[in-house]
Design a protein around this ligand. Structure first.
Ligand code: 4NP
Length: 178
């Protein structure tokens, strides 16, 4: 388990459904492949846990190349093969205000993590940044979410399978530590 009270909202109780939800931001490079997939899969796991009032999610990219774009069609196809639909998200870039607006910031790979940490100004902001691999299953061969952008269909299916398990573990972690 990787969350503790530092990762929740100022130490206040989250069990009250009137308090704001625990907010998670998934980050990758372009916000068209990995992080929108993580958001979709995480939202499905949140719904499965009946936690929609307690947990909220968004995603963004460290780069500006794809601002306003839909997720990559290859990623959407892989998600659809696994039974998930796109919820309408459009790509946006990470901004410093996200450090205040989210309780947990989850970079998909090491390079995303370094880029976000470079923008952090306080120890509290840095403490909100925890890489996606923390919630990988113990038998995972990967140490980060691999970038499928320049590869084939199998790479997209692999990312969906990996993120499906990791996001479910993250929901359980949040629910246990609120
Ligand atoms: P993502 O994938 O970071 O998972 O959205 C990529 C998207 C675009 C590029 C690279 C990776 N690109 O070079 O444009």
């Amino acid at each position: 388990m990787y969350l503790n009270s530092r990762n929740s909202c100022g130490g206040q109780s989250e069990t009250d459904e009137n308090s704001h939800p625990f907010r998670v931001l998934f980050v990758c490079l372009g916000n068209i492949c990995r992080s929108p997939a993580a958001e979709i899969l995480f939202n499905a796991a949140v719904a499965k846990a009946g936690a929609q009032k307690r947990i909220a999610a968004d995603s963004c990219g460290t780069a500006s190349y794809h601002i306003g774009s839909k997720p990559d069609s290859r990623m959407l196809a892989a998600l659809q093969r696994a039974g998930y639909d796109w919820g309408g998200h459009r790509a946006r870039q990470f901004r410093r205000a996200d450090f205040e607006q989210f309780d947990l910031i989850v970079p998909q790979d090491e390079s995303n993590r370094e880029d976000i940490l470079r923008l952090a100004r306080t120890a509290e902001q840095k403490a909100k940044v925890i890489p996606m691999c923390r919630w990988f299953p113990a038998d995972a061969a990967d140490r980060e979410v691999p970038d499928p952008y320049y590869g084939g269909e199998a790479g997209f299916d692999h990312v969906v399978r990996l993120l499906e398990r990791a996001t479910e573990a993250l929901v359980q972690d949040i629910e246990q530590h609120r």
